[in-house]
Design a protein around this ligand. Structure first.
Ligand code: COA
Length: 257
């Protein structure tokens, strides 16, 4: 078990708390594996009625660990990151996210697969995939244009423009934007606890119905994105961009055709 993901139980609410503050909660392979295992077990455990995902009141996550991307890129669909995506995608119970501070890369795209999302108004969401020589993942190439419209989604996915928690709520990525991190966390917890008193089978059937339209198409998109993302991670463009991040310099794409 990784000490970088704290798993807390409070009656029927299971909380996954990202806890790697020195690296802005960047997600390692060990963290993905742990989250996938915990989610799979929680789905089978009748005592768990809802899950809350948070990084605390200051930082959600800076996304995939960049050093991991360089040293141990995912090798296929059974790699830890894809196991985590599959576990969240297939999770049958309500998932609530509390977001404050940066939510980068998968920190933004995973929100598209949660049921309720509470953000601090000044949270900073960003999907800098192209900026890193990569491409969209976790269904974001399908879901973001659908939610934001093509033109706004292009700013977010092609230019890597960041957006605030307030905008995420306006655009339907988040349920609501709260004044600060502690308020977002408190609201998320309050709403997650409400699920504990509801009929579990009615909830599961309703979630399934809400997510059913286009689900197989979305699953295929996630797989296709995953394959291309894996290829891109090994591309000279991505290696230049990821190395530049580690060396705290701007990437130089001028040599690429
Ligand atoms: N992977 C690995 N390390 C990361 C990281 C990541 N995704 N994000 C941050 N870190 C590390 C930094 O290297 C730094 O480590 P150091 O103190 O050992 O040098 C530490 O976390 C603090 O990050 P820093 O960039 O100094 O903090 P900041 O407040 O100035 O900026 C972010 C915060 C999140 C905006 C910025 O760190 C960032 O853009 N991170 C990369 C995000 C990214 O590209 N993720 C992959 C998406 S696919």
């Amino acid at each position: 078990m990784s000490e970088h993901v704290l798993v807390e139980r409070d009656a029927g609410l299971l909380t996954l708390r990202l806890n790697r503050p020195d690296k802005m909660n960047a997600l390692t392979r060990a963290m993905y594996s742990q989250m996938a295992e915990v989610l799979d077990a929680a789905d089978q455990d009748p005592c768990v009625r809802a899950v809350l995902i948070t990084g605390g009141a200051e930082c959600f996550t800076s996304g995939n660990d960049v050093a991991d991307f360089l040293q141990a890129p995912p090798t296929g669909m059974d790699s830890p990151v894809f196991q985590f995506m599959r576990a969240l995608f297939d999770f049958s119970k309500p998932v609530v996210a509390a977001v404050a501070g940066p939510a980068v890369g998968i920190g933004t795209t995973l929100l598209l697969h949660c049921d309720l999302v509470y953000v601090s108004r000044d949270a900073k969401l960003r999907t800098p995939f192209v900026n890193l020589g990569l491409c969209p993942e976790f269904g974001s190439s399908l879901l973001l244009p659908r939610l934001l419209g093509q033109a706004r989604a292009s700013e977010v996915l092609l230019l890597g423009e960041s957006f605030t928690g307030g905008q995420a709520a306006e655009w339907g990525i988040a349920s609501a934007a709260l004044e600060d991190g502690p308020s977002a966390l408190a609201k998320a917890r309050e709403m997650a606890l409400r699920f504990l008193d509801l009929a579990p089978s009615a909830l599961a059937v309703s979630k399934r119905l809400m997510r059913a339209p286009g689900r197989e198409e979305l699953r295929k998109v996630i797989e296709e994105e995953g394959e291309l993302f894996g290829q891109r991670l090994r591309s000279p463009e991505a290696i230049e961009a990821l190395s530049a991040f580690m060396q705290r310099r701007k990437p130089d794409f001028s040599k690429f055709a």
